[in-house]
Design a protein around this ligand. Structure first.
Ligand code: PFF
Length: 454
């Protein structure tokens, strides 16, 4: 009980809350996934669709989760159980716990690559501006067996020990300091990338839309990225919302988080694409994009090696902040629903992820030929969560808040028990979660998965 009680003290300050929630949103999604998915899907037009998905769908679902979490002070499953006891709504939270495992399975693979790059950069293995050299370093790493597995386990141990320290001491303290530092470093890399000769082509790719590139699968990818980016659709934001103080202005907070998160993604795009074109790479290189481009950028600037080490350290930290929130979903569930100790819940969770995650890590070597629905384990976990489970979770969370919980309760929670005057906003919001969000997601999902055709 003591454990639960102390957890419920939650984040200790307003800045701490934003930092932790932003710490969940900002991660490999911005620095690794946003650039490569944008590259694969054709650039600027994709970004516009992504922004639309973010504003119309991702943001309302984020707010829905914060409202549910803060109101019930419970984990992803417990929140639904508290509001609709004995009804199947808790399965939405259950699917969220599953999604957390599946995301962690491939997220820890990539985080492991990032951690290892800190040492490669420091040790001098990455000191070349030649594309062939940086590609080879990456290929050697991911096609190995023990090296990437070692880093994956290492990542899990680091994240697990922070999580065991608890919400305020662990999560909040780490994220508060390091997020601003990442931002500053991105500014430095952006300047370098923009001043490379030939940078213009990268900027047009990023900001000049070519609408002929938009297909239903591109729209599904944009929607999936919006969910993944904001950490919504699986109860991570219910869980973090449960630690938020009752005086916090939730709509404002969600908007701030989404804006800051988008800024970081765009800055990562500006860091990467001008260099992609300047060094003659292809923008659609996929998951390896970050790992081959970033070293070439740094190697073409003074003190590149120092900056490169710093960059991978900060990316590792951003990834770790996001993983803390992913881990917190099953851990809050196990400690609250089954009264497990935080320690045991953490140990079991990271063990489960290590086992499942090793299949993602080995997708580039031993298990490269093993496929599920025509995808390697790595790609399957990624696709199944971002493009299926999170959007599905989003539909149900929106429907729940819009139709089950209803206007009066939502208004009460969103206005901090009547302390904020936001009646108009609540009405617009209810319209979004009742109609717009579920319909938009359902259409994109059905079309993107080839179930209906336009
Ligand atoms: N938002 C994180 C990122 O963009 O890297 C990923 C993520 C974290 C997804 C937490 C889901 C989640 F619950």
């Amino acid at each position: 009980m003591q454990e639960i009680h102390s957890k419920r003290e939650g984040f200790s300050s307003s800045i701490g809350v934003i930092a932790a929630i932003l710490g969940s949103a900002v991660g490999l999604g911005n620095i690794w996934k946003f650039p490569y998915v944008t590259g694969v899907n054709g650039g600027a037009a994709f970004i516009l669709v992504y922004l639309l998905c973010l504003a119309l769908v991702g943001l309302p679902v984020m707010l829905a989760e914060h409202l549910l979490g803060r109101h019930t002070k419970a984990n992803a499953v417990g929140a639904f159980k508290a509001l609709q006891p004995g009804r199947p709504w808790f399965l939405v939270g259950g699917a969220g716990v599953l999604s957390a495992f599946l995301i962690m399975a491939f997220y820890t693979t990539v985080a492991g690559w990032v951690y290892s790059y800190i040492f490669k950069a420091a040790g001098g293995t990455l000191l070349s501006t030649k594309p062939e050299d940086t590609s080879l370093v990456f290929k050697t790493l991911v096609s190995g067996v023990s090296e990437p597995l070692f880093w994956q386990v290492f990542v899990l141990l680091v994240t697990g020990s922070i999580i065991m320290a608890g919400v305020t001491k662990g999560i909040e303290r780490v994220t508060k300091v390091l997020m601003p530092l990442l931002f500053i470093l991105l500014v430095v890399i952006d300047i370098r990338s923009l001043t490379l000769s030939g940078a213009g082509a990268g900027l047009s790719f990023l900001f000049k839309p070519d609408f002929s590139k938009i297909t239903v699968s591109v729209v599904l990818a944009a929607l999936g990225l919006a969910f993944f980016k904001l950490s919504v659709g699986m109860g991570a934001m219910i869980t973090y919302g449960s630690y938020v103080d009752k005086n916090e202005n939730l709509p404002k907070m969600a908007i701030k988080v989404a804006l800051a998160d988008t800024l970081v993604s765009l800055m990562a795009g500006v860091a990467i694409f001008p260099a992609v074109f300047a060094f003659g790479f292809k923008p659609d290189a996929g998951p390896k994009l970050l790992f081959i481009i970033i070293p070439t950028v740094f190697n073409s600037m003074p003190f590149g090696r120092v900056f490169m080490v710093l960059f991978f350290v900060l990316t590792a930290i951003a990834a770790t902040g996001a993983m803390l929130s992913l881990l917190e979903v099953p851990i809050a569930y196990l400690t609250e629903q089954y009264q497990w100790t935080r320690r045991n819940a953490t140990l079991l969770t990271i063990l489960g992820i290590a086992l499942l995650g090793s299949t993602a890590t080995l997708s580039n070597s031993l298990l490269a030929k093993v496929t599920l629905f025509d995808k390697t384990f790595f790609d399957f976990f990624d696709f199944a969560t971002s493009n299926v489970l999170l959007p599905l979770g989003g539909i149900f969370i929106a429907l729940f808040v819009g139709w089950q919980w209803g206007y009066a309760k939502v208004k009460q929670e969103m206005s901090n028990e009547g302390k904020l005057e936001n009646d108009g906003l609540v009405r617009v919001y209810m319209f979004l979660v009742k109609y717009v969000v579920p319909t938009a997601i359902a259409l994109v999902l059905l079309a993107g998965l080839n179930i209906i055709h336009f």
